[in-house]
Ligand binder design. Structure first.
Ligand SMILES: [Zn+2]
Length: 173
């Protein structure tokens, strides 16, 4: 696929999504939740920085998708990171699979760089996949507006911690 074809492909994928007009990032996540039947949580967190390091991460547990984005950057950049990760989602790329205990750690206020590196290693996208996600993100007709924390983070975290607690109890008996 050359660049022109890739651009057309991404435009088609985006069109099929039928994103509601004037959707902000939260409305976009709501829309994707409806389409995919899976909850999406947005998590602002300090990400390890450096050349070639992504500023976002899409991880999937059995029941939920988490989009992590860099805490230490502008809100406009954060919105772009989320759109980029949603681009991967819309294009049918694979999320980094995480175990429930890793998911709990990812939701903690301080994120271990080692964990991020290890999870990132499981979501190595090809250059074409990265380019496509970036194209979808840039083609999204979104309002540039404030990004509030999504309401779904807390129930998801509660569920995971309960889940983890139960499995710990099982192990110790
Ligand atoms: Zn990417």
């Amino acid at each position: 696929m050359d660049d022109r074809e890739l651009r057309q492909y991404c435009a088609n994928v985006l069109e099929e999504l039928e994103i509601p007009e004037r959707a902000d990032v939260n409305a976009l996540c709501d829309h994707l939740e409806d389409i995919r039947g899976r909850r999406i949580s947005l998590i602002e967190t300090p990400m390890p920085t450096g050349p070639g390091r992504p500023c976002g991460l899409w991880v999937a547990t059995a029941e939920e998708d988490y989009l992590l984005y860099q805490k230490f950057t502008t809100q406009a950049h954060q919105q772009h990171i989320v759109r980029h990760e949603i681009g991967h989602m819309a294009l049918g790329h694979k999320a980094a699979p995480v175990m429930p205990d890793e998911a709990v750690q990812l939701l903690m206020p301080t994120l271990s760089p080692d964990l991020v590196r290890s999870v990132l290693g499981r979501s190595q996208y090809s250059n074409t996949e990265e380019k496509a996600a970036e194209l979808v993100a840039s083609l999204m007709p979104l309002r540039a507006e404030g990004m509030s924390q999504r309401r779904s983070v807390d129930p998801g975290m509660a569920k995971l911690i309960t889940h983890l607690g139960r499995s710990l109890e099982r192990d110790s008996t």
